[in-house]
Write a protein that binds this ligand. Sequence first.
Ligand SMILES: NC(=O)c1ccc[n+]([C@@H]2O[C@H](COP(=O)([O-])OP(=O)(O)OC[C@H]3O[C@@H](n4cnc5c(N)ncnc54)[C@H](OP(=O)(O)O)[C@@H]3O)[C@@H](O)[C@H]2O)c1
Length: 333
Amino acid sequence: MKSIGIDGGYGIDKITIIKEELPTINSNEVLVKVNAISLNQLDLMLAKGAFEKALPHVLGSDAFGIVEKTGNEVSAFKIGDRVCTHYIQAWESGFLKPEDLKTRLGIEQKGVFSEYIALPEQYLVKAPANLMDAEAAALPLAGITAWEAIVNIGQLKAGQTVLLQGTGGVSIFALQFAKAIGAKVIILSGSDEKLKKAEELGADVMINHTNTSQWAEEVLLATEGLGVDLTLEMSWTGIGQTLQATKFGGRVAVVGMLGGMNAELSVLDVMLKSLSITGVQAGSKASFEAMKQFIEAKNIKPIIDKTFLLSQSSEAFHYFDEGKHFGKVIIHF
Ligand SMILES: NC(=O)c1ccc[n+]([C@@H]2O[C@H](COP(=O)([O-])OP(=O)(O)OC[C@H]3O[C@@H](n4cnc5c(N)ncnc54)[C@H](OP(=O)(O)O)[C@@H]3O)[C@@H](O)[C@H]2O)c1
């Protein structure tokens, strides 16, 4: 079978098709025929050598597929079920534990960008019934991270306001969840075209940060000078403005580090405004199940920017790395 991985060195140009044996299953495992996968910044980081994985290394946290075979002890799934992978596999519910991190797909564990994957049944989640294959493949990392930031950490309520940064996978899921909750969305992007698409999805205030360098002032103007209840921090290069744009007693959910891993911030701002700054690590399986129910109840459809074929994997990764996408990039197997 074919898998997408890194071989022969690090770098996007080293992403290639790796030939592997079909996996066999143990009695507690499920064999899944993968139909679609989605790309994340994590895959790019791995490809560029961030985790210095031994090579060859199969990439991937996000896969959707159909159950093809089940082990004797499997009770939760049957042949033909539509399933998604769960990124931090051992994180079932409650608080994240250090040992859970050893089960992250694509990092500590082999990735799932393969034609077939064999996983213990407790590491899979049934896909939302209202979604097509590519839409379900978009969920595992970006969807659950947006859910964790908006619902569990952010505690966002109807009538409150959230500030989103960028229009990638996590931000666009966050926009959809926030609007379905009844919250107001302020979104930043470097592209007017992408802001137009965000508006079509229900964003209330759109700010192009490339021609509005003091974007925090615009956020304050849009919130009667108070600031937003919740910000999803993606970059850290503008953390000073994030603190300025978030209201007294507000929350900052730390999702990304697109601007780099080091940043300076004003401790005084955090203290004076009594802000809560909380790190996000995707989410638990219980959160995935809750997100699934919400997606079905509200009939939310993940936004797919572009789909590629397995034979176009290299093209797909280059496209994703260029950052032109709005929402998710998918590869069909
Ligand atoms: N904590 C977690 O568990 C977790 C899970 C998933 C992702 N993440 C992280 O969250 C971030 C976003 O992930 P994603 O999947 O949404 O990525 P993505 O789909 O690649 O989207 C990123 C978007 O952010 C904007 N952007 C790019 N560089 C930026 C910068 N330096 N400062 C501000 N915005 C920037 C761009 O949007 P515009 O073109 O519209 O400006 C870009 O399309 C990444 O850092 C990723 O590693 C964390």
